[in-house]
Design a protein around this ligand. Structure first.
Ligand code: PLP
Length: 285
């Protein structure tokens, strides 16, 4: 694989970052994952805009312009011959010459930027979408700024491991009795044809796929309600699903051992997946 690090395209084995990098020592960094379909970037504009917001919220500079960022994404797709897959982008506050809690002077310590591709042939047609996911619920003990896409992913990672140990595919996070989101996706239920998903606050990541899916749903005259819901309400719903850049729209068929609806992917989730894959390709660049 050819990767990008601080202005250079290099074989992955030659790419290097300092041991003092604050991303490594303190999870002081942000990231984005953009999917590639047919060799094109899905929703690049949305991911670029959220990246700028994450950086601003953390008072961190951006080492490249958004035009340069697009060019780097495209170059990596070309160099690695990606038809279907993902591009991971990470920007950290950089590597001062020592470990210190205080932010380094931005004049002398430049942010570190790294991008790499993940080749996933057949991703859009994954058999998992026909089976659906089993999820468990776990307590949401993450920090209070989940709207910033930081690389601080230890708890989501532990959540996935708890799910795996329980024989499930993923975990939904619950705070004060209601579902915030999945470990790496936004969570939805469908009841009486209405799509219900948590409203946007600092409690959840403002998913780029979420925004697109809700827009497509409204355009298709589907009813959408943005509000918190409980695990009990989800278990009694007709359908459930999650969205993310890498999973698109993925049906959920079981929550904490209880089957949702018929225990198979529901018609709304299946249709939204089709609409999303079709519509997002139209604006792919
Ligand atoms: N929520 C969390 C916690 C995530 O990590 C992600 C994606 O990684 C999402 C939601 C979905 O966001 P997006 O649709 O922008 O990929």
């Amino acid at each position: 694989r050819t990767v990008y690090v601080n202005g250079e395209y290099l074989p992955e084995t030659e790419a290097k970052v300092s041991i003092f990098d604050r991303g490594f020592l303190m999870a002081d960094g942000v990231y984005e994952v953009t999917s590639v379909l047919g060799g094109k970037l899905i929703d690049f504009g949305g991911h670029a805009a959220r990246l700028e917001r994450s950086l601003t919220e953390l008072d961190m500079g951006c080492p490249v312009t958004m035009d340069e960022l697009l060019a780097i994404h495209r170059e990596l797709v070309k160099l690695n011959d990606i038809d279907e897959g993902m591009i991971y982008l990470q920007i950290t506050r950089g590597a001062p010459g020592d470990r210190d809690f205080v932010f380094p002077d931005p004049e002398t310590t430049k942010p570190t930027i790294v991008l790499f591709t993940q080749n996933k042939p057949g991703m859009a047609n994954t058999p998992a979408a026909k089976v659906g996911l089993k999820v468990i619920s776990i307590e949401d003990i993450r920090w209070g700024r989940r709207d910033i896409k930081t690389v601080q992913l230890l708890y989501p990672s532990m959540g996935k491991m708890m799910a795996k140990k329980a024989g499930a595919d993923d975990a939904w996070l619950v705070e004060d009795g209601s579902v915030t989101e999945g470990t790496s996706n936004n969570a939805y239920i469908v009841k009486g044809g209405k799509i219900i998903t948590r409203n946007l606050t600092k409690d959840i990541l403002h998913g780029i796929t979420r925004a697109a899916v809700l827009r497509f749903a409204r355009e298709a005259q589907m009813e959408v309600e943005e509000r918190p819901f409980t695990i009990e309400e989800a278990q009694a719903a007709d359908e459930a699903f999650v969205t993310s850049a890498s999973a698109f729209v993925m049906p959920v068929v079981e929550i904490d051992g209880a089957k949702i609806g018929t225990g198979t992917p529901g018609p709304v989730a299946v249709r939204l997946r089709e609409i999303y894959l079709e519509e997002s390709l139209k604006t792919a660049i």
